[in-house]
Design a protein around this ligand. Structure first.
Ligand code: GCV
Length: 699
């Protein structure tokens, strides 16, 4: 199991819970050295600086090193220092790495390692950077490196409910047990797990957490008012690691909690109610981050009821939180979830753009419009959201999902680092142009006509996959997804396979080399494996309704949710072209609007997202669509069997508790992937009547 708590009692850890990427041994290279922490004199160090001191004290006590008096820093092996200047080139321009308050500079020279930062937050990141580097931090060639995050807003959203929801449970789309924050209708008395979580998140790069579900029920609404002191306890557990707390709030709060008759954003009583609510929040939690809002979406209340726009709604809240430096994350996941499936004109993929692009430029400076990376809903393969390119004068956050709602519920081994990396690097205006990550970092090329200087960034947000499970994430390998998300928010250009390597080094320090080889064999291409045995060619939503686990090709076909694939005896796919379809391709900038429009140029893997084609349509790979479906589904399951073989050959090299859990998960993955293969193949065989060219068994 995990490492024991250190002799000093710090950091706060529950030893019965898996240590994830911070086992004691990961701190041995640092802890075995003589380390000085130098923070400015005068008064007590801030809470984050104290964390750096405590981390160093605990690591050196556990691993035979020593804490060196700051006055004697010149005799130390490692110096961690907050300084007015980090020694990076003078006059660093605003927006440059060296000017970022979370930046740090590492210098290795003449047998000494120095980490400097202008803030304690930067120093904490520098400390964890040393931990990541392990012995390399001290033995690699001399040099100086400055590291800074790509954006200041790197957030995790929890879809945790305070009260257990009758359908969605304690954690909506959570596959890792209960909530680490709430139990049985209350904030937990013991928040040790939250403190431990904050340490893990800080070590990965996350600096903000929204602590409750965006679907805000009556019980959850009270976090904003009656339960503020409880929220303050959670914020206190996050604060030592530099993480700020955000709340999801219900649009209907003035009615639900304030006894008003309206939530109209232009009503003066409503505005006053929100101002007073915000004043109380910041009076209780001075470093509170802000509100997350899901409005007019999937039944949640919103400004539409009063004939107001999303900009009206968001700006009203923005005005309430602005005096406190607060933010409003306003989600763009707005679409008609009561659509008539017979209506072939309405296309859910268009919705975020259609609702929000017309309001570009209207949102207040402290509003962040949070847009899912794809136009539908976190599918294994869907196009990127065109809305992300369409609001150059609005702060935008790109939203992802670490919890695997549509990707196997943390029962299947699916590493998402490569998928996210591909999305974050997507060049919206063609090869070499600004990417999704650039836009989220405030560098939209049309922003204010200046190309964007990063000052109006919205950053990144993702739905957490953590619960009160002993491994945090159900499947021990799903920890790698959480770690990778944090690392990619810090630097979206990192190599996702390199991130996996880091995760292995930290999580299994000093392990048999077979551990690393096996993790790579099982996870490196696991996203494509999952894609192969599930919904083909970007067609999306062939999952069982509601649970979103397991195959059901027609599960959403005649439903109100707007997620159709239109398979019939002749063909399959959604015509989203301008020429003959819903016109969705027209929402993209050039060149993609034309690349996706044409059957000649649309990428094979997105063919059915953009086009309805006959089963005999020949892909650019040279195969027909129907043969591609059969081949990929047989191959997908074969790849799962190969992963299982690789796993079984090396399971004994992993800690026994990890081995036991992974073995159990693989059994379910094989069962489920077999189901997927047979159901999808049989579905298309029965629709099309076209046999598999290789004559394999289809039912
Ligand atoms: C929190 C999908 C999920 C819902 C989720 C919603 C959202 O529809 O299935 O559970 O609700 O996305 O992102 O708001």
């Amino acid at each position: 199991m995990s490492s024991p708590a250190t002799a000093t009692g710090f950091p706060v850890v529950d030893p019965s819970v898996h240590a994830a990427w911070l086992p004691d041994a990961a701190l041995a290279p640092l802890g075995s050295r003589r380390v000085a922490v130098v923070v400015p004199d005068g008064g007590a160090p801030d809470v984050v600086a104290q964390t750096v001191r405590d981390e160093v004290a605990a690591a050196t006590a556990a691993h035979g090193g020593a804490v060196v008096d700051p006055q004697q820093a010149g005799t130390a092996d490692v110096v961690l220092a907050v300084r007015a200047s980090t020694g990076a080139p003078a006059g660093a321009p605003a927006g440059s790495a060296a000017a970022d308050p979370e930046a740090f500079t590492l210098t290795r020279a003449l047998g000494m390692v120095t980490v400097t930062a202008t803030t304690s937050h930067g120093l904490l990141h520098g400390l964890f950077h040393l931990v990541r580097l392990g012995e390399h931090a001290f033995t690699d060639p001399d040099g100086t490196w400055t590291h800074a995050p790509t954006t200041a807003l790197r957030m995790l959203d929890h879809w945790d409910n305070v009260a257990v929801h009758p359908v969605m449970g304690q954690v909506e789309r959570g596959y890792s047990g209960g909530s680490i924050f709430y139990d049985d209708g209350q904030v937990r008395a013991d928040l040790t797990r939250v403190a431990q979580y904050s340490r893990l998140l800080a070590a990965s790069g996350i600096n903000r957490v929204a602590i409750n579900n965006v679907n805000v029920g009556p019980r959850e609404s009270l976090l904003l008012t009656d339960d503020l002191d409880e929220v303050a306890r959670i914020a206190a557990a996050f604060r030592p690691y530099g993480i700020r707390t955000h709340l999801s709030v219900s649009w209907a709060s003035p009615v639900r909690l304030g006894g008003l008759t309206t939530s109209d954003p232009l009503d003066e009583d409503v505005r006053a109610w929100w101002r007073a609510a915000a004043d109380r929040v910041w009076a209780t939690i001075p470093d509170f981050g802000g509100f997350v809002v899901k409005a007019d979406s999937e039944g949640q209340p919103g400004p539409f009821a009063y004939g107001r726009s999303h900009a009206d709604g968001a700006n009203m809240l923005a005005a309430a939180v602005a005096p406190h430096g607060g933010l409003v994350h306003w989600r763009a996941f707005v679409y008609d979830h009561t659509q008539d499936w017979r209506d072939r004109k309405t296309d859910r993929a268009r919705a975020a753009y259609d609702h929000f692009a017309p309001h570009d430029g209207e949102f207040a400076d402290n509003v962040i419009v949070q847009i899912k990376h794809g136009p539908l809903d976190f599918q294994v393969r869907e196009a990127v959201s065109p809305a992300i390119a369409a609001l150059p004068r609005t702060r935008l956050a790109a939203e992802f999902q670490v919890t695997t709602e549509y990707l196997g519920h943390q029962k299947h081994a699916v590493y998402l680092g490569r998928m996210w990396s591909e999305l974050l690097r997507f060049p919206y205006w063609g090869e070499g142009s600004a990417t999704m990550a650039d836009v989220a970092a405030g560098r939209h090329p049309e922003s204010d006509g200046t190309g964007g200087d990063g000052t109006r960034a919205g950053g990144f947000a993702a739905v957490s996959n953590v619960g009160d499970d002993v491994f945090w994430t159900g499947h021990p390998f799903a920890q790698a997804n959480l770690y990778a998300w944090g690392r990619l928010t810090w630097d979206p250009t990192l190599d996702p396979i390199g991130i996996l390597d880091e995760w292995v080094s930290l999580t299994f320090p000093g392990a048999d080399p077979r551990v690393r080889e096996t993790v790579h064999a099982v996870l490196d291409e696991s996203w494509e494996t999952y894609e192969r045995y599930t919904a083909p060619l970007g067609v999306c939503f062939m999952v069982k309704p509601h649970t979103h686990y397991g195959p059901d090709p027609d599960g959403y076909e005649y439903s109100p949710w707007g997620t159709y694939h239109f398979a019939d005896r002749d063909g399959v796919g959604v015509d989203r072209t301008r020429a003959t379809g819903t016109g969705f391709t027209g929402q993209y900038p050039a060149p993609w609007r034309d690349v996706y429009e044409s059957l000649e140029t649309v990428p094979d893997e997105l063919l059915l997202f953009f086009h309805h084609v006959p089963y005999g349509h020949v892909l650019r790979s040279g195969k027909t669509v129907i043969q591609h479906v059969y081949d990929t589904h047989f191959e997908g399951l074969e790849r799962v069997h190969a992963a299982v073989e690789a796993w079984q050959a090396a399971a004994d090299a992993f800690p026994p508790d990890v081995a036991e859990r992974v073995t159990e998960r693989f059994a379910e993955q094989v069962r489920s992937a077999t189901d997927w293969r047979d159901v999808v193949n049989t579905y298309f065989f029965r629709k099309s009547g076209i046999p598999d060219a290789a004559g394999r068994t289809i039912y």
